[in-house]
Design a binder for this molecule. Structure first.
Ligand code: PMP
Length: 387
């Protein structure tokens, strides 16, 4: 609750989400009554193993994959790093890596290390609206490319990449295609039986599951070099399984499937109402995201408030119990401009005057109107200063 007793408004669901009641209830028994180690050869171990198997089935069917293609991990960061490192070991004769310039830091952060190890890293920039174009990827990929990594949905703008075409481009040149699916799953339909993705990462805490749990899809036709060797997860990820976390992730994917099948129209309408309100209120305000509905995720937008420091807006909204972000939470501790916005061609000042708004399932029309009302106070203050 805020100081005035109001419910906080969470417009930062891309940073994280609360564990849903349904997920929490499913997890609880696995902390105490059903605390067995899945590797133990007696009844409690068998039941824990069964719970992990059921969760694996849920994640696999949610993604259009097979159970044996799912490896449980500690989250998106581990999944991304495991997949990228494994892909390079899979194509040892190739020395080029193609990454989009808007990847999450868990992938982009590896680029320096790869360059030190003799790899050439080619970064594909987005178009001014944040979209990665297939033809730009095509230009960067050669027969020396070991790996192409492009995220499905960008976590700062919501731009959707043409992952089907990118998969074809990578495969035509014999490269592997890794896709960070963290911002896509639960927001847009993800069907891995229909696209040529070799590995895809996801994270439970972005879809109303627990933090510290995630999964990596690895296509059955590809070998996998584990980041953490050990006997668990069919020798793909060592360490005693995080059984409650895995159970939570499984249930979160079931719930996400229900959410997606009931339709994303309501959240899209709220997002549009919000966007429209802001664009009308602030002269020169702009959307840092694609205009076309087919290539943007329904729940988010990124807006430029010209001449107003984003930090100031963030603080003002925060004081009123409204939570938003300047970019990915992982870089929110610093006031560095977003690498995603800079790569779209925004100036440093523009990037620092932009905010990301990501609407979770619990956001209501009243929340949007309250946020617009708070922003209008800000708009009036700015207007007064300008005039
Ligand atoms: N990829 C994207 C697109 C993300 O937004 C995040 C979380 N900020 C991650 C990867 C990392 O996921 P996790 O927090 O589970 O490590």
């Amino acid at each position: 609750m805020t100081a005035r007793g109001e419910r906080p408004v969470d417009l930062d669901s891309s940073a994280t989400t609360p564990v849903s009641r349904r997920v929490l209830e499913k997890m609880i028994p696995y902390f105490r009554e059903e605390y067995g180690n899945p590797s133990s050869p007696y009844d409690a171990g068998e039941r824990a193993k069964m719970a992990v198997t059921e969760a694996r089935l849920a994640v696999a069917s949610f993604l259009g994959a097979e159970s044996r293609e799912i490896v449980f991990t500690s989250g998106g960061t581990e999944s991304n790093q495991a997949a990228v490192r494994s892909s390079l070991l899979q194509r040892p004769d190739r020395r080029t890596v193609v990454l989009s310039a808007i990847e999450h830091s868990s992938i982009l952060g590896l680029a320096d290390e790869f360059e030190r190890n003799g790899y050439r890293v080619r970064r594909v920039r987005p178009r001014p609206d944040g979209r990665i174009e297939a033809e730009d990827v095509d230009e960067a990929v050669t027969t020396d490319t070991a790996l192409v990594a492009v995220m499905w949905v960008n976590n700062e703008t919501g731009a959707i990449a043409p992952v089907g075409t990118i998969g074809e481009i990578a495969h035509r040149k014999g490269a592997l295609f890794h896709c960070d699916g963290v911002a896509a799953v639960g927001k847009v339909p993800v069907d891995l039986s229909a696209v040529g993705i070799d590995s895809l990462s996801l994270s439970a805490h972005k879809i109303y599951g627990p933090k510290g749990a995630g999964a990596l899809f690895v296509r059955r036709t590809e070998a996998f070099h584990p980041l953490i060797p050990g006997s668990q997860e069919r020798k793909r990820r060592g360490g005693t399984e995080n059984v409650p976390g895995i159970v939570g992730l499984g249930e979160a994917t079931r719930e996400a499937m229900d959410f997606l099948s009931s339709g994303v129209e309501p959240v899209k309408r709220l997002r549009d109402r919000f966007e429209h309100g802001v664009l009308q209120m602030f002269p020169g305000a702009r959307r840092n995201a694609p205009a076309e509905e087919a290539v943007r995720a329904p729940h988010m937008t990124n807006l430029l408030f010209p001449g107003i420091p984003g930090e100031k807006l963030l603080w003002f909204l925060g004081k009123k119990g409204i939570r938003v972000s300047m970019g990915s939470a992982c870089s929110a501790g610093s006031v560095e401009p977003s690498h995603v916005l800079l790569s779209m061609g925004l100036t440093r000042e523009e990037a620092l005057s932009s905010l990301r708004f990501s609407l979770g399932r619990q956001v209501t029309e009243a929340d949007i109107d309250r946020t617009l009302a708070v922003l209008s106070e800000m708009a009036v203050t700015v207007g007064r200063r300008v005039s």
